[in-house]
Ligand binder design. Structure first.
Ligand code: FAD
Length: 484
């Protein structure tokens, strides 16, 4: 591979890996970006300015040492690039695919800020790790010795997986319990294949299994097994259950047939993609084919729903959001992809009522136009309805993608001592990451609210460190306690 000098942004234009044409993308659920050619990855990495204060690294939740692995990639030293990149991240190829880089590393890149356009950090990160997998450099982190302690992790999403890998490497017996039949959390059942193909997640799960992590799928803690029983089995517990209670529409008609929660819809589509038979998909209930689809919401989940509906062969797909494009929570890159694929965005509008026929089946959405009013306490301008601006959109399938809240875990776990915040997320001590119950920790969305994969990985890694400190200190204290 070519050896490149750095700072080549002066002569090399920013280039992302080629995107497959939209007409082709609409026909399948495969990832939309092709892989970088080796020379292209090296060239693009060499655009990095190697600035003294790397804002890309500062704005990465994991503090990834991006300038170093860009420099190593530019010089063809890919195995070392992988070593540096994987030192701070348990799933770099997953972050490379689905992190909103435009809001994190690439958005903070000095080249972006100085209008030279950012280094394509996410694509290089994906390239490095996909190469590492192909070359056999990704190996299970088996411990040098067992330490005799065990940790139970509730939830096999990115937070649980990252914690599991870190703890196993330290010699813990690690057991991951998940209510689903497959491990991966939202990486498997939420995020569609066109952003993250499932083999990418499955090989990570296998890697953990090969390291000795024991998975217990189909185990709903609070139902299949009690939280108290689990605590009795392990030296520490990590709660990494994510947030799954969907926010619902409250307008008239919200209960009509044909109105579905985003995750119900996406899970069915992901299951079908993995070869499962889903009755509600087979019957057409959760299949957008030949339907007029209206998705309500403006986050990542809404973007995934509209693009799934396009691939299922919907007649029309509209995304209704009450703010404008600049003020939406979803990634701008995903909006651009959705537009290319044929999604129509109805900005600055909110549903007023869902209209139905005699059989109570949804037929249309009546919406009202909005304008942005004064900023609220969070600094965001709050949308206000424009009187008399109502309009209707035809709809046979309406998907609610309004965000998620935590389940009532103290009730679900029959553990009233588990303290939660006013948002229902599990309360942890900022320093120890321990909950109100000794030996019980929390990480990921259930601790911080609906967020990003990269934050879940960060929380999982941090929790693993704190669990190790707690178990080690407790064992030392127990040993030195006077015999009764
Ligand atoms: P999860 O991934 O939710 O995993 C939690 C796991 O806990 C699940 O497997 C669940 O089955 C299990 N569980 C829950 N309760 C129990 C119980 N009682 N007993 C046993 N197991 C239990 N983030 C990005 O960075 N980029 C994206 O492009 C992106 N797209 C998204 C698209 C969608 C549709 C959604 C919904 C989210 C998206 N996110 C994205 C957010 C990201 O997926 C989450 O922030 C991340 O998965 C949180 O990780 P987690 O491990 O905390 O929880």
């Amino acid at each position: 591979m070519a050896r490149n000098k750095m700072l080549r942004f002066t002569t090399l234009e920013q280039e992302y890996p080629t995107k497959r044409p939209a007409e082709m993308r609409r026909e399948d659920f495969d990832e939309i970006y092709t892989a970088f050619e080796p020379a292209k990855a090296s060239d693009q990495a060499s655009r990095c300015e190697q600035c003294g204060i790397p804002f890309c690294q500062i704005h990465c939740p994991l503090g990834n040492n991006i300038p170093d692995w860009l420099m190593l990639t530019a010089n063809g030293r890919l195995e070392e690039a992988y070593a540096v990149s994987s030192a701070t991240n348990n799933m770099p190829e997953i972050c490379g695919r689905i992190c909103p880089q435009d809001r994190l590393c690439e958005g903070s890149c000095v080249l972006e800020q100085s209008r030279h356009r950012a280094v394509t950090i996410g694509s290089v990160e994906k390239y490095i790790t996909d190469t590492a997998w192909a070359e056999g450099w990704v190996q299970p982190k088996t411990p040098a010795a067992e330490n005799g302690f065990s940790v139970g992790i509730i939830g096999g999403g990115p937070a649980g997986m990252a914690a599991a890998e870190q703890l196993r490497a330290k010699g813990y017996a690690v057991h991951v319990y998940d209510r689903h039949d497959r491990i991966g959390g939202l990486l498997i059942y939420g995020i569609p294949g066109f952003k993250l193909e499932k083999y990418v997640v499955e090989r990570r799960v296998k890697l953990l299994q090969d390291a000795g992590v024991v998975f217990h799928p189909n185990t709903d803690v609070g139902k299949t097994i009690s939280f108290a029983d689990l605590r009795a089995k392990h030296d520490a517990i990590l709660v990494a259950t994510g947030v799954y209670k969907a926010r619902m529409l409250s307008c008239p008609g919200a209960g009509l047939t044909g109105v579905h929660k985003a995750l119900t819809y996406l899970t069915a589509s992901n299951r079908v993609g993995m070869g499962d038979t889903v009755a509600d998909y087979e019957s057409g209930i959760l299949d957008a084919k030949d339907k007029h689809v209206v998705v309500i919401g403006g986050g990542d989940t809404a973007m995934d729903c509209v693009r799934t509906a396009i691939r299922q062969g919907a007649k029309s797909v509209k995304c209704v959001y009450r703010r404008d494009r600049e003020n939406m929570p979803g990634s701008q890159r995903e909006v651009a992809n959705a537009v290319e694929e044929g999604v129509e965005f109805v900005w600055m509008a909110a549903p007023e009522a869902l209209l139905g026929d005699a059989d109570n089946k949804v037929t249309a959405v009546r919406a009202i136009k909005m304008h942005l009013g004064v900023a609220d306490s969070s600094g965001r301008q709050s949308p206000q309805p424009i009187e008399g601006s109502q309009f209707t959109m035809e709809a046979d399938l309406v998907i609610e993608a309004l965000g998620f809240e935590p389940e009532d875990l103290p009730v679900y776990f029959a553990e009233p001592d588990l303290a939660v915040t006013r948002w229902g997320t599990v309360k942890t001590d900022h320093k120890t990451l321990m909950t109100s119950i000794p030996g019980v920790f929390a990480a990921g969305d259930i601790m911080r609210g609906a967020s990003l994969v990269v934050w879940a990985v960060k929380d999982g890694r941090d929790a693993a460190e704190r669990i190790d400190q707690y178990v080690t200190a407790k064992a030392a204290a127990d040993k030195s306690a006077p015999a009764m």
